[in-house]
Design a protein around this ligand. Sequence first.
Ligand code: ADP
Length: 385
Amino acid sequence: MTNAVRPSEPAAPGRTLIPAPARANPATTAVAAVSGGIKLRSVRKSYGSTLAADLPALDIPAGSFTVLVGPSGCGKSTLLRMIAGLETPEAGQIHIDGRDVTTAGPGERGVAIVFQDFALYPHMTVARNVGFGLTLEAKHDRRNGLSRAEIQRRVGDMCDLLGLGDKLARKPRELSGGERQRVALARALVRRKPVLLLDEPLSNLDAGRRAPARAELIRLHREVAGTFVLVTHDQAEALSLGTRVVVLNAGRLEQVGTPEEIWRRPANLFVARFLGSPAMNILPVSREADSGDQRRLQGWRPADAVAVDAAGPLPARDDPGQVFEGVVDVAEFVGDRRVAHCVNDHGTWSVEFPAATPVTVGQRLRVLVPAESLHQFDAQTGVRL
Ligand code: ADP
């Protein structure tokens, strides 16, 4: 897993592009704190008999890059749309920067949105697409709207920031998919709202474009110093992008934490199984090893085995951890690594190891997992022990 080392929440903004209100006093904007903190309290939403959201409490800190992640249908988009003001919760409150916006319209919340299937105006240039919202605002509100020169300046700055500086005069059809995506981002960011909501913004990109696009989003978040809330079903994307990750399942919160926290200490079996590819191995603890009536399951990640051995003894260690044995059922080559999927009397498990280690189907494999890499769960409730 590649996870750029970043402070979990940014300190004072270096270049405050988003939070400064359009007409704020220039003397105060230089030291403006990052805004866009979101609080949800007892928020509920259902569609007929389907529960889409039931959230006792969720805080999205100002300046965070918060990722809402979970399998398809878990309620991510519903949550994002309620924050945006596109859906109204049937119960509960939503606050943005301390203001109750539960019934406020999308335009009154200080949010900008980038949708998955963002549509650019095909007959407009990049510059006009990006500046369109500001131009419209200026037309509707001549007193508070920005001047044409100011809009041009902002559009130019934002396009420079997104690497579109030399494409201002192009039409969308003359851009690559990744460039169109950046135009959609620029169009949302140029409005300088405290909160930017992103609904699966990378899912339409080719696989090869997604990794650089992630890095761009991380850099952008740092540079504009606003609150980003992004929806994805992709756990790797959530770990890579988020300073804070919210794992959802069937409309409910499973865990909230930094990527490291939810990776190292998954709160329950759902989170443990959801993160990582190949997924965490989950095996029953043998009856002899189990004390009392409580049945336990133990988990370990396929990459956490410190020694893999075909036949001979495993190397001695101070902390012996636990040995797992099995017969190789499927062997995968994945570039610099191999993954072996094994079976034994208790179930199946996978292990990842350097590609130089040979492995063949049908061979017996033994692996050593250090004690600190073993996770214990209550077999009944799934809760971490
Ligand atoms: P996700 O974004 O995680 O895929 P959604 O928030 O879109 O999930 O949907 C959550 C649940 O609510 C799903 O079961 C979905 O089918 C249902 N749902 C969402 N929107 C509607 C709607 N407008 N009408 C009926 N059911 C809906």
